[in-house]
Design a protein around this ligand. Structure first.
Ligand code: HMG
Ligand code: MG
Length: 292
């Protein structure tokens, strides 16, 4: 029995912000994802069915196709795909996705730049996507970005909690709260937890998605765990970030997350650090990246 769940976002959130990622073939990506599954990861974001202007993700359909034998070899692994709208859902269905992730934000500025919608518009427009996905047997994760605020958005735990409840009520099985720019500090986690509880949101449905821009991701994980959060997103090799945010630095590195839980003597089956390092080395080489 695992004490924590880990979601690997390196092949999506990681690669979408790597400047050379568009050169990666679908076969390279599928080989990388296979290595992640071999390292013990059970939840892996494999791509995005967004506008093809996000060139790093444009071959996600082909990646999904190539993952069919990987799904057979690692039947406990679930591959997830980012979906912004009904068109994306159609592509996810065609790829026989079992899980999608919808992604909304709290900042008007970020939302407009990211998905060309206001915050209110986006929460209305996504409801039929969630409903149709669930009806097709595809489970839906919901991302909420700007957890700790943004240029135009003050820190607002109540808004985070209200929007989380809204997405759970709409049919998301889990909400991943994104510190998109990595500005969070451990002391900012508790007000979020208090607000979620006040809104009646079970912490078992919440994941934390930290970026490591200012080096506080592990401290934020540690505080979140102490307060009852059990699911964390991380990117193998600390790849990526978000091209639509101000500070597109890397995600929390998987290797740091594994070292953290091992130090705390927690159990999780993502324990093969050497296998994770091999996966990171493989993709770094393909990207022409030198240092982790
Ligand atoms: P838009 O231009 O407003 O869309 O983009 P539209 O509905 O007006 O359509 C324009 C064209 O796009 C049409 O084609 C559509 O068919 C096409 P045309 O008729 O001109 O030939 N189109 C699509 N094509 C393929 N797949 C689709 C799709 N939808 C429309 N799904 C849209 C709106 C949302 C599509 C676009 O802005 C978009 O794709 N944005 C996503 C960008 C992205 O990948 N962002 C992820 C950033 S990471 C993040 O959000 C944070 C996170 O990591 C957590 C955290 O750290 O906080 C999740
Ligand atoms: Mg992110």
């Amino acid at each position: 029995m695992n004490d924590i769940q880990i979601v690997d976002v390196s092949a999506r959130d990681g690669l979408q912000n790597e400047k050379n990622a568009a050169v990666l073939s679908a076969a390279d990506k599928a080989a990388f994802i296979r290595m992640l599954a071999k390292a013990g990861l059970k939840r892996i974001e494999a791509g995005s069915f967004v506008h093809p202007k996000v060139t790093a993700m444009a071959n996600s359909g082909e990646v999904a196709e190539l993952l069919t034998p990987v799904e057979k070899a690692f039947p406990q692994a679930i591959f997830s795909y980012l979906v912004p709208n009904l068109k994306g859902l159609e592509r996810a269905k065609a790829a026989r996705a079992k899980e999608i992730a919808i992604f909304l934000a709290l900042s008007e500025k970020f939302s407009k730049a990211n998905i060309n919608q206001s915050v209110d518009e986006s929460f209305v427009a996504i409801a039929p996507v969630i409903k149709e996905a669930n009806a097709a047997g595809i489970r839906v994760r919901g991302y909420i970005s700007n957890l700790f605020g943004y240029d135009d958005l003050p820190f607002s735990p109540a808004a985070v909690a209200k929007r989380s409840k809204q997405l759970i009520d709409a049919g998301c099985f889990e909400i991943s709260l994104g510190d998109t720019t990595g500005i969070g500090k451990p002391e900012m986690v508790e007000p979020i937890i208090v607000a979620l509880k006040a809104e009646g949101v079970s912490l078992s449905k919440i994941a934390m998605h930290f970026h490591d821009t200012f080096g506080s991701a592990i401290a934020n994980v540690d505080r979140s765990y102490a307060l009852g959060i059990r699911t964390f997103d991380a990117a193998t090799g600390g790849l990526g970030g978000c091209p639509y945010a101000n500070s597109p630095k890397g995600n929390l590195a998987m290797e740091d997350l594994v070292a953290w839980y091992q130090k705390k003597k927690l159990h999780c089956d993502v324990s093969d650090i050497a296998a994770l390092q091999r996966a990171a080395a493989f993709i770094y080489k393909k990207l022409g990246k030198t240092a982790a």
